[in-house]
Write a protein that binds this ligand. Sequence first.
Ligand SMILES: NC(=O)C1=CN([C@@H]2O[C@H](COP(=O)(O)OP(=O)(O)OC[C@H]3O[C@@H](n4cnc5c(N)ncnc54)[C@H](OP(=O)(O)O)[C@@H]3O)[C@@H](O)[C@H]2O)C=CC1
Ligand SMILES: O=CC(=O)O
Length: 378
Amino acid sequence: MPAAAFFSAALPPPSRTLSRRLVVSRAAAAAASASASSSSGWQGGGGVEFQGKVGFLGLGIMGAPMASNLIKAGCDVTVWNRTKSKCDPLLSLGAKYEPTPAQVASSCDVTFAMLADPQSAAEVACGSSGAAEGLAPGKGYVDVSTVDGATSKLIGERITSTGASFLEAPVSGSKKPAEDGLLIFLTAGDESLYKRVAPLLDVMGKSRFYLGDVGNGAAMKLVVNMVMGRWHKIIRYLVHFKFEQNLWMLSLNVLVPLVKYCSMMVSFSEGLLLSEKVGLDPNTLVEVISQGAISAPMFSLKGPSMVKAAYPPAFPLKHQQKDLRLALALAESVSQSIPTVAAANELYKAAKSLGLSDHDFSAVIEALKAKVQSQSSQ
Ligand SMILES: NC(=O)C1=CN([C@@H]2O[C@H](COP(=O)(O)OP(=O)(O)OC[C@H]3O[C@@H](n4cnc5c(N)ncnc54)[C@H](OP(=O)(O)O)[C@@H]3O)[C@@H](O)[C@H]2O)C=CC1
Ligand SMILES: O=CC(=O)O
């Protein structure tokens, strides 16, 4: 198969719902708000309006600063947390309290949930005294926890069975972006609820993506974190390596950039292919990554052409593979294991055997595509 055709032909067709993707940055939202009416309801930062009371369930590392930002922006917020003492700082900022998720949902117009994992998200939404018991037509439920698509769909079905609307909206960004109101929302589900809560998302975040059907937000979040997870592992390894071997200068000058770029490119390639395979638009992944903690000029620079399977040489793949070979030998000389580099090197070697030596090193993605194809034909 010609390389250029891979994204559009070798994998299943992407979900068409993604063609309705909306991307809004805080600046764009602020510009839009300049012409928004201001008749009644809460008037948030930039003059964007939200009508009604807001519930917030789950006040951990992320939930507490997110709820706190809503309160500071003037929202009427009611909170609940399994460990009640974590509500206290929010109550002192002016939040109200209800003793169960159901009571929060029934006393509020829109309820956000930021829970630890799929189990807790499902329990708080669908369990006994869970949010669904307090929901009704006209109300909205926005789950901002990171869960898998199946859990999100299950929660969404239970919520919509009450007549309420559901939006999944996992966030990219960590404690500090949550505190600074700079999260990135990856939303999917009810589009009118998305529009209704947009002013609240703009208080808590710097940008928001609307990705279509429930499950697409969860999938996008997991792909971004998969790329990030590998990247964190690489950083941890590098720090360890520098200390262990006392190779500060060597590692700073040679190994760090080398390992960084080759491994980043491999994990980025894996993310691009996985996003396409689960029906996401890989261009959106490039955009989401470029706004988050793992943003790097390399991803923004090479991502769009990688999606088009174009690899005009800037750093030829053959040189990258040669450097990996040399780095592996260097590590070997001090008996240091560098497993992530060894794995990446195998892919660069495979790319060379596909005749891609003189292409840019981002063509390593073609070796991954070949692997995917050979696995699916087995
Ligand atoms: N921290 C980060 O950098 C980021 C985290 N996320 C995602 O956000 C979500 C929250 O993360 P974070 O705030 O860091 O996690 P925390 O562990 O700090 O908070 C988890 C929250 O879930 C609640 N919870 C856990 N289990 C249950 C349960 N069985 N029933 C009811 N409530 C429960 C906790 O309540 P209690 O206080 O009682 O324990 C707490 O409010 C996760 O899905 C995470 O993957 C997303 C982006 C960044
Ligand atoms: O889920 C973690 C993040 O930093 O995003």
